[in-house]
Design a protein around this ligand. Structure first.
Ligand code: AKB
Length: 314
């Protein structure tokens, strides 16, 4: 797995180690110090995704047959450094696909994002097949990445799969540099300071997903019967959609003193260019995708997990 220290990677790697055995899942990262849980549950290696040899060395050393490629820069960091975003997201993916072709790896998972959509795309119930004209570099790399994955599937038979993730909410590792990060930060602030200043407007609605669904989607798509899939690396995926104010209200039910104010910044424009809700019927049809968590179940679980983590016995 690349990007194993990131928000999704740090939890997906543990799930895969439980499923396939710790020694059979090699976690890799770039600069972030791996957690003790990651280090104690199986092998860890440092790689640089833009340097092919560093990836190849791990593939050869451990006789790798499958890659979960999670190393990527998200939308906000991508706007701050578009050149680096292109380099990591596109040249990194190209290296992975080339290695997959050359070493005949059996499966690749490469997540895409709802960031492939843009301001001209229909924003409600956004269809699978629609206009992909993103306004961020991150979105551009995700559209190009989907096309590249499709090309490698059709031209070289590389078994690559991927989903367009909505914003991901989780309690283990905070996200880094995304537009949907407010939906995670709000929990930390609500628990620790009882107040949060949100960087999008209160009526901003975005599609979101809780980590257990996010992990299950990756595992289930990777286990799906390839000949049955008509799409490969670009499945729309959805679970819930809510406004920033609806999220604050749901948290207030458990922490009545909690207050939230709204000071939209440059990230508002990115949020406004993405869907409010997503039609994931193709994923449901082709590999039986079904989310489990809605807003209230997610909020309850997030607060329980984070309160235990941040407040301990208090
Ligand atoms: C981001 O906000 O950049 C990501 C995403 C939607 O892909 N969470």
């Amino acid at each position: 797995m690349t990007g194993a220290c990131g928000q999704i990677g740090s939890e997906l790697v543990i799930e895969l180690r439980q499923k396939y055995g710790g020694d059979n899942v090699v976690a890799t990262g770039h600069k972030t110090k791996p957690s003790k849980t990651l280090l104690n549950s199986g092998p860890f290696e440092f790689i640089n995704i833009t340097n092919r040899e560093t990836i190849e060395a791990v593939v050869k050393r451990y006789n790798i047959d499958t890659i979960y490629h999670l190393a990527a820069l998200l939308s906000v960091v991508g706007e701050k450094n578009p050149q680096l975003c292109w380099d990591v997201n596109i040249n990194g993916l190209y290296n992975i696909l080339e290695i997959a072709r050359e070493y005949k790896l059996t499966r690749i998972f490469c997540p895409s994002s709802m960031a492939v959509f843009g301001p001209e795309t229909p924003r409600d119930n956004t269809p699978q097949e629609t206009l992909l004209c993103p306004s961020t570099m991150y979105g551009v790399t995700k559209v190009a990445g989907e096309l590249l994955c499709d090309y490698y599937f059709k031209r070289f038979g590389v078994g690559v799969r991927g989903v367009r993730y909505p914003g991901i909410i989780s309690s283990e590792t905070p996200p880094g540099g995304g537009t949907t990060d407010y939906a995670v930060a709000i929990f930390y602030e609500a628990i620790q300071h009882k107040r949060y200043t949100c960087f999008v407007k209160e009526d901003t609605v975005l599609p979101m997903m809780y980590m257990p669904d996010c992990i299950r989607a990756a595992v289930e798509l990777m286990e799906a019967d390839l000949p049955k899939l008509k799409h490969h690396a670009n499945f729309n995926l959805a679970a819930m959609s809510f406004s920033a104010a609806e999220l604050a209200t749901a948290i207030k039910k458990y922490i009545p003193e909690f207050t939230c104010e709204y000071k939209p910044d440059f990230r508002q424009e990115i949020a406004d260019s993405w869907p409010r809700s997503i039609d994931d019927s193709i994923a449901r049809e082709e590999w039986n995708w079904k989310p489990k968590y809605g807003l209230s179940m997610m909020v309850k679980d997030m607060l329980e997990k984070l309160q235990a983590k941040l407040l301990g016995g208090k």
